[in-house]
Design a protein around this ligand. Structure first.
Ligand SMILES: Cc1cc2nc3c(=O)[nH]c(=O)nc-3n(C[C@H](O)[C@H](O)[C@H](O)COP(=O)(O)OP(=O)(O)OC[C@H]3O[C@@H](n4cnc5c(N)ncnc54)[C@H](O)[C@@H]3O)c2cc1C
Ligand code: FES
Length: 522
């Protein structure tokens, strides 16, 4: 069977410039409809043209996240949403309004003459300038962020973007500066993305933006009345506003041999480097758990020509999250790449070179990668006496039960206005957008976290996009065919669509997201 050719969705992607030459030839005014997004090119760069009110706007058409083609995205008012992972950009200024893109795209000057529209040179980048001197601003001078991951980094960057001139400190237990964590189970693990792609920003970014990034340091306690955080190097930091963004911790196996050195989990860049060092061509690898991370890692390790076996208790991979059709598809996809599944099985013991399963069978295993889920890192919040319910409880502004303390990302359980439920979700884009919202709230702006959850997962050359959240459903509505890599699955409960999963149906995913956001049938 042949499949439609799709561009790779990796940090190395670059949208090809195509369409009319907007610099030399321009287009007739009549060719640009009121609500259109029109892709063209200027000197080999992809440019996106649109009408915003009476103006014509031109911005770079390549998403600054992984290079998605914005001309194929969805226009919502004066913004465009990327078809690949739903970042949002201003059509007027190119500003990256919502993660996962964190950098503005370019902004171009438009000239209109003789009934035609031309795009001239680039204008200055949309990013707001760092205030020259620190400003105290309503008693919120010292912003402290615990955790240098998705939420923590996005919050720090947004604080500066919004013009906060006071202190910003990130304390991170991780030895590496904030990086693209989703890539650790995808191209980086597969050897297809070099290490220089992994940091979210170059090292100089933090000094240039006066963000005090303290790496390899853990917060050990929070005194919410004194507004003070103690650190494991014996020092402490006082704050006016505190953001807790400590993320989640992989669940460990509890069985004989579980602490042997070849038994690994994958959360940090360092974890990933150590796994790569052990995964040579031909290495027998057992992956425990058919989770997203487990299966993505299976694909990546096959690219390194390791022998990969997946042991998992369920009958069908990912069925609980994605339903039977996508579960069967994922299994067949991985099997076609040489992954061997041992489903409805658990590990009972690990020894130096082998693992034993609960039916007594044994597999060679020089590397055992455990992907059986994560638990939110709640110790700090618990010790500080914050309200907890299987996560740190926050209100719609991501405020915890303690004054001036906010929480975001994998640890936060927030009231989701779309489902009416309190949710705690482990998605990259959710964590980043919560970090961005928390920054606004920390600055005292009126703000609510209202984004519809989104995640993506990548297996070989097949991406799955998922919008909404369905913890359970009573009806699955499927259009298209997973084996043809062209499918949308709607997860419905009591007649309402809660979530939509798609393969290569980016428009469906974007329009479903918008419908869920607006409370319309998706
Ligand atoms: C390998 C992998 C692949 C993934 N792929 C995807 C994907 O494709 N799509 C998707 O939507 N999601 C994916 N995720 C999930 C996503 O990465 C997480 O949901 C997201 O990173 C959560 O962000 P966070 O800021 O809450 O936590 P994290 O990004 O985990 O950051 C937490 C930070 O807190 C620090 N920290 C913890 N405790 C302390 C302390 N006491 N003091 C100081 N610092 C502390 C940690 O060192 C870390 O820097 C993936 C996760 C992993 C591990
Ligand atoms: S490529 Fe645009 S959001 Fe990822």
């Amino acid at each position: 069977m042949s499949f439609p050719r799709q561009p790779a969705r990796t940090p190395l992607s670059d949208a090809k410039a195509s369409g009319p030459d907007l610099g030399h030839d321009g287009i007739a005014e009549t060719e640009l409809a009121e609500d259109a997004l029109l892709g063209g090119q200027v000197d080999g760069e992809a440019v996106l043209l649109s009408r915003c009110g009476g103006e014509v706007c031109a911005i770079g058409a390549t998403c600054t996240h992984y290079g998605g083609p914005l001309a194929e995205g969805l226009r919502v008012g004066d913004t465009v949403r990327c078809p690949w992972h739903h970042a949002q950009f201003s059509l007027r200024s190119g500003e990256a309004l919502a993660a996962p893109a964190l950098t503005a795209t370019s902004c171009w000057r438009v000239e209109r003459r003789d009934g035609r529209i031309f795009v001239a040179g680039k204008t200055a980048p949309a990013t707001r300038r760092l205030p020259a001197t620190p400003t105290a601003g309503a008693g919120a001078h010292r912003m402290l962020i615990i955790g240098g991951g998705a939420a923590g980094y996005a919050a720090a960057e947004m604080l500066r973007r919004l013009g906060h001139g006071g202190n910003i400190t990130i304390v991170s237990a991780d030895a590496d500066a904030p990086y693209d964590r989703p890539n650790l189970s995808k191209d980086y693990l597969a050897g297809a993305a070099p290490e220089e792609w992994i940091p979210l920003r170059p090292g100089s970014f933090y000094a240039e933006n006066r963000i005090d990034l303290r790496l390899g340091i853990s917060a050990t306690g929070i005194d919410t009345s004194a507004h003070r955080v103690s650190l494991d190097d014996g020092s402490s930091i006082d704050y006016d506003r505190l953001l807790l963004a400590t993320g989640a911790e992989p669940i460990r196996l509890q069985l004989p041999g579980a602490t042997l050195p070849q038994v690994r989990t994958l959360r940090s860049l360092q974890d990933c480097r150590e796994i790569i060092a052990r995964a040579r061509p031909g290495t027998p690898v057992v992956i425990v758990g058919a989770s997203f991370i487990g299966l993505e890692a299976a694909a990546a390790l096959r690219a390194r020509q390791a022998q990969v076996h997946v042991v998992a208790p369920e009958a069908r991979p990912m069925e609980r999250v994605l339903g039977a059709a996508l579960g069967d598809f994922l299994r067949a996809l991985h099997e076609s790449h040489g992954v061997v599944f041992h489903l409805e099985r658990k590990l009972s013991e690990i020894s130096a070179q082998r693992v034993r399963l609960d039916d007594g069978s044994e597999l060679d295993a020089e590397l055992v990668l455990v992907g059986i889920g994560v638990l939110p890192r709640l110790t700090l919040a618990q010790q500080a006496g914050l309200a907890i319910d299987r996560g740190v409880l926050v209100d719609e502004s991501l405020r915890t039960s303690a004054a001036d303390v906010f929480a975001a990302g994998d640890i936060a359980r927030w009231p989701d206005p779309h489902s009416g439920e309190r949710l705690r979700i482990e998605h990259w884009v959710v964590a980043q957008r919560q970090g961005q919202t928390a920054a606004r709230c920390m600055l005292g702006q009126t703000c609510r976290y209202e984004s519809v959850p989104f995640f993506w997962t990548q297996h070989y050359d097949v991406p799955i996009a998922y919008v909404g959240h369905a913890s359970s459903w009573d009806q699955l509505e499927q259009s298209g065919d997973a084996s043809a890599r062209d499918i949308a699955v709607r997860f419905r409960r009591a007649g309402h669509t809660l979530a939509v999963a798609t393969i290569f149906r980016d428009r469906d995913s974007l329009t479903a997201e918008l419908a869920l956001e607006q409370g319309r049938p998706a």
